[in-house]
Ligand binder design. Structure first.
Ligand code: ATP
Ligand code: MG
Length: 434
């Protein structure tokens, strides 16, 4: 990116020709290129849009590539044999390649104006998502300036209607339009703002901060399923700790995860979990959940108290219940999160308690110990206890291996016992002999 990346005049995009930007077609996925070329050859506008353009300009590898076009969904479907139309709110083309690759092709659309809306407010949401528009309108309906850049396959140029290039250069996250208005339309954008800033190492524009600060309570109105998905997305992108810490600073956290008080010790645990994910261990929801509510649980179950394991199971259930109920978390995930917490409690009490052998053999115990180790990473006593448990677990494993080995040796060495045949038992299938 070089020359004029200042915010463009309304209606006039900044256009960077091929020689003025760094995006090379070699870095665009082959099948996405096929889709772009075919649309373009048929006379349609065909742009690479969204996060793909942003990431390529930043020299990062995009997670996926999305295509924007002025072809209608039905026209897209006709152009590609392997295309399926999906989406209730907005019809999108999914062009499939092989078993795993799907390229999403979306017709340019715009935000609804008040006079577009149907009389019945129940239909508003459907309508607001479903009106075709120009490329410029499509850029303006997007969330952040850096997410609204287009790469035109016909001219190999970048088209910027919203000042995204300037923001990429300044490493700044800015909302398109008035942040509070855009957050009111869709409160999940507040969380996305924090997520992108953390993922990319960008600063939040002051207006975005202000907008989140004022608009925070709106997040409680967003669909729980979307929030749940976005929260997991934070952890997948290894920014759970950082984003939730920022959410706390901006007053968003209490509206986002009721019952999570945002203690520094928990943020530190989440940071370590993010580092664990970065090292290649996939994050699972029960692990994140148990971490978020761990310190609340431990306060109710201190290791040196009278609390029994049965109490701990009940308390873990109570601590997780509001979150799991609100977000409709499946029973299996809820159960695993509870097991992790209870495992943590048992480990904290130290060795030599009743039922230790069975506990060591429980399938969740190694993961509880990993959890325990992360929680105590900064505490010498905790780390010492974790080491003792690791040793116990290793010994128990050896013991189990040996027992298995002995049992199979025994099976091999003893001759198979002769079964008494039914006949020899008393002749004639159990009928008493005369
Ligand atoms: P990544 O896929 O790397 O997480 P992305 O920018 O591609 O990032 P997506 O969630 O895949 O993000 O969305 C694709 C694009 O759709 C975004 O770049 C943005 O332009 C637009 N978009 C997504 N969600 C919203 C939203 N809630 N409001 C407005 N525009 C959105
Ligand atoms: Mg994407």
């Amino acid at each position: 990116m070089t020359p004029s990346t200042e915010i463009p005049e309304a209606g006039q995009p900044v256009v960077l020709s091929r020689s003025e930007h760094s995006i090379s077609r070699k870095r665009i996925d082959e099948n996405t290129l096929k889709v772009l070329y075919r649309l373009s050859r048929q006379g349609h506008k065909a742009y690479l849009v969204g996060g793909g353009v942003r990431d390529l300009l930043l020299g990062r590898t995009p997670k996926d590539f999305d295509v924007g076009t002025d072809a209608t969904p039905n026209q897209v479907k006709k152009l590609f044999r392997n295309c399926f139309l999906v989406g209730r709110r907005f019809r999108l083309g999914h062009v499939r390649f092989g078993a795993n690759e799907v390229i999403e092709v979306a017709t340019f659309r715009r935000q609804a104006r008040p006079d577009d809306l149907p009389e019945d407010p129940a239909d508003h949401f459907f309508f607001t998502e479903n009106i075709f528009g120009t490329p410029q309108e499509d850029a303006f309906r997007r969330d952040f300036t850096i997410n609204a850049l287009f790469y035109d396959i016909k001219t190999f140029s970048i088209i910027d209607y919203v000042g995204g290039l300037a923001d990429l250069e300044a490493r700044r996250l800015r909302v398109i339009g008035d942040p509070l208005v855009r957050f009111t339309e869709d409160p999940v954008r507040m969380l996305r703002a924090l997520e992108f800033a953390a993922r990319l190492g960008f600063s939040l524009d002051d207006a975005v901060r202000q907008g989140i600060y004022v608009g925070a309570p709106l997040i409680a109105e967003a669909a729980p399923a979307r929030i749940r998905e976005e929260v997991m997305e934070l952890f997948r992108h290894r920014v759970g700790g950082e984003v939730l810490r920022n959410a706390q600073a901006l007053g968003l956290l209490p509206h986002l995860l009721a019952g999570f008080e945002g203690e520094e010790e928990t943020f530190a645990l989440l940071d370590r979990i993010d580092a664990r994910t970065a090292s290649g261990v996939p994050i699972e929801e029960h692990f994140a959940l148990a971490a978020i509510y761990l310190s609340r649980f431990l306060r109710a179950c201190p290791p040196d108290s009278e609390v029994t394991v049965t109490d701990a199971v009940r308390i873990a259930g109570l601590v997780l219940s509001p979150h799991c109920g609100y977000f409709h978390v499946a029973h299996g995930i809820r159960h695993q999160a509870r097991e992790l917490m209870v495992g943590m409690f048992r480990l904290s009490r130290g060795r030599g308690k009743r039922g230790e052998r069975r506990f060591l053999q429980h399938p969740m115990t190694p993961q509880s110990l990993e959890f325990f180790t992360l929680w105590h990473a900064e505490s010498p006593e905790g780390s010492q206890l974790a080491a003792e448990w690791r040793e116990a677990l290793a010994q128990d494993e050896q013991f189990q291996e040996k027992r298995k080995g002995d049992a199979s040796d025994r099976r091999k060495s003893t001759r198979p016992r002769r079964r008494r045949s039914r006949r020899s038992k008393g002749g004639g299938g159990g009928t008493p002999s005369a």
